[in-house]
Design a binder for this molecule. Structure first.
Ligand code: UDP
Ligand code: MG
Length: 137
């Protein structure tokens, strides 16, 4: 079976009108959008989604940020898509993310307690299946 990953366009991406550009980069790379939805997250969804980060200093700012507006959730398919999308997304911090990546080209630091970095992508096949179950159940 082809690999799947969960991609989120975070509230900063949706609010800044970058959803189309971000999805276009995924499609231009050759991956397939298998499921796509505009969703308003809940605290419960986000606490499950980000469970590995509970207790870290950025956790509460991260949850507040992710509740600040709708997100676009997508299941994206293709061979090695987990690795491939994370490569397209770039490093976590937009300030130093490589130019050419989504975060490097479209993001910056806004002086806040959380890095607003436009996108989420699952980091392993186990995370992908777990996260797809949270957002598309
Ligand atoms: N984050 C942050 N500061 C940090 C680490 C993470 O604001 O020092 C935020 C950032 O929005 C990131 C999210 O928390 O995308 C999840 O962190 P993770 O380390 O999983 O980064 P990612 O996998 O998204 O690159
Ligand atoms: Mg992560």
């Amino acid at each position: 079976m082809t690999q799947r990953t969960l991609v989120l366009v975070k509230p900063d991406g949706v609010q800044r009108g970058l959803t189309g550009q971000i999805l276009a980069r995924i499609e231009a790379k050759g991956y397939t959008l298998a499921q796509l939805e505009l969703v308003t997250a809940t605290r419960e969804i986000l606490e499950r989604h980000y469970e590995e980060h509970q207790g870290k200093p950025f956790f509460e700012p991260l949850v507040e940020f992710m509740l600040s507006g709708p997100v676009v959730a997508a299941v994206v398919e293709g061979d090695r898509v987990i690795e491939g999308f994370r490569s397209l997304a770039g490093a976590t911090e937009p300030t130093t993310a490589a130019p050419g990546t989504i975060r490097g080209d479209l993001g910056r630091d806004w002086g806040e307690k959380v890095q607003k970095n436009l996108v989420h992508g699952s980091d392993s096949p186990e995370s992908a299946e777990r996260e797809i179950g949270i957002w598309f159940s």
